[in-house]
Design a binder for this molecule. Structure first.
Ligand SMILES: *[C@@H]1O[C@H](CO)[C@@H](O)[C@H](O)[C@H]1NC(C)=O
Ligand SMILES: *[C@@H]1O[C@H](CO)[C@@H](O)[C@H](O)[C@H]1NC(C)=O
Ligand SMILES: *[C@@H]1O[C@H](CO)[C@@H](O)[C@H](O)[C@H]1NC(C)=O
Ligand SMILES: *[C@@H]1O[C@H](CO)[C@@H](O)[C@H](O)[C@H]1NC(C)=O
Ligand SMILES: *[C@@H]1O[C@H](CO)[C@@H](O)[C@H](O)[C@H]1NC(C)=O
Length: 273
């Protein structure tokens, strides 16, 4: 605690108008933020609730029954072929496949999150393991089936100064050292008020600080409580999304049922209340 506090205070001083004012802010923040509880899960039976019920489970499905399950490999997120015919015109599909989304029922502000994920490698399909707040702050890990040798990182934090949403402004693409999106990897988002560091399989690949998120004269650094959110979705429409997702899905050759796995997730806390 002491070492972390000292580092935070030191880094803060470098940027502060006055060291004293800043120390008081840092201290208040540490003391008054009861916002991260250590958490681990391999998604045992009962860990995911159905939207209609409330059993105090750590996760809640926000996609329909049948779109997900839990098993020996953790959380299973299904992507299934749309009912009826799919036509493609102007590079987008007329219908999207049915995906799955699961939230954590708890939120936290700052923490080191490790998702172990086994993605889907069909072009157009996106496997996502993100942190998202009701404020729409977002820190992302996204695996594109259409770009299987790489994975993507991103943040969103809207600011009233923005004339329009900043889509993809802070996105980046990272290669795997070994394997691809359909293999099981450890992905880490290590987030505090000074920076976010993404790692894969224990190797740091990207660091982003508040200043790296400067646009329209303001920063766009996530700084409000988030929940875990895991999902698989079809990026075959609209056009901009489809280009990014390297879709559309070619359902005549794609499997009619695909599964992404969240094998486990953990949240480590930078400090306790
Ligand atoms: C989560 O798992 C890590 C690594 O196995 C362990 O060090 C940590 O104590 C666990 N935390 C909780 C809250 O179980
Ligand atoms: C989903 O499944 C659960 C558990 O079987 C059940 O309690 C719930 O009513 C189902 N919801 C719907 C909409 O079928
Ligand atoms: C899931 O997370 C999103 C993003 O924060 C939120 O808007 C939504 O209300 C959550 N839904 C449930 C059922 O927890
Ligand atoms: C993920 O990390 C854990 C703990 O460090 C390690 O045991 C495991 O082998 C790693 N898995 C992968 C796929 O890298
Ligand atoms: C961030 O940008 C501000 C304004 O340009 C500058 O004063 C400050 O030193 C920068 N901080 C870091 C850590 O680079």
């Amino acid at each position: 605690m002491f070492v972390l506090g000292a580092i935070v205070a030191l880094a803060a001083c470098a940027r502060a108008v006055t060291a004293i004012a800043h120390e008081r802010v840092a201290h208040n923040r540490l003391a008054s933020t009861p916002t991260c509880t250590p958490f681990n899960s391999t998604f045992p039976k009962g860990s995911v609730d159905f939207r209609q019920t409330s059993t105090g489970a750590p996760f809640i499905a926000i996609s329909p029954n049948g779109s997900w399950d839990v098993g020996s490999n953790g959380l299973e997120l299904f992507m299934s072929k749309p009912e009826g015919p799919v036509t493609t015109s102007d590079g987008v599909n007329s219908q999207l496949g049915n995906g799955a989304t699961v939230n954590s029922t708890f939120t936290f502000l700052y923490g080191k999150v490790t998702y172990v994920v086994t993605g889907v490698n069909t072009p157009g399909i996106v496997t996502a393991a993100i942190l998202i707040g009701d404020s729409h702050d977002e820190l992302d890990i996204e695996l594109l089936g259409g770009d299987p040798n790489n994975w993507q990182t991103n943040v969103f934090a809207t600011n009233p100064a923005d004339p329009a949403p900043l889509v993809g402004a802070f996105g980046d693409t990272q290669p795997y050292q070994a394997g691809d999106v359909k293999d099981t990897h450890n992905y880490t988002i290590d987030w505090n008020e000074e920076r976010v560091i993404w790692s894969v399989d224990g190797q740091q690949v990207r660091t982003l600080g508040p200043n790296d998120t400067m646009k329209n004269g303001v920063t766009h650094y996530p700084a409000s409580p988030v929940r875990l959110q895991m999902g698989v979705w079809d990026g075959s429409s609209p056009q901009g999304t489809c280009e990014w997702a390297k879709g559309p899905v070619e359902w005549t050759t794609a499997p009619s049922l695909m599964t992404a796995y969240i094998n486990s997730v953990s949240v480590e806390c930078p400090y306790t209340a």
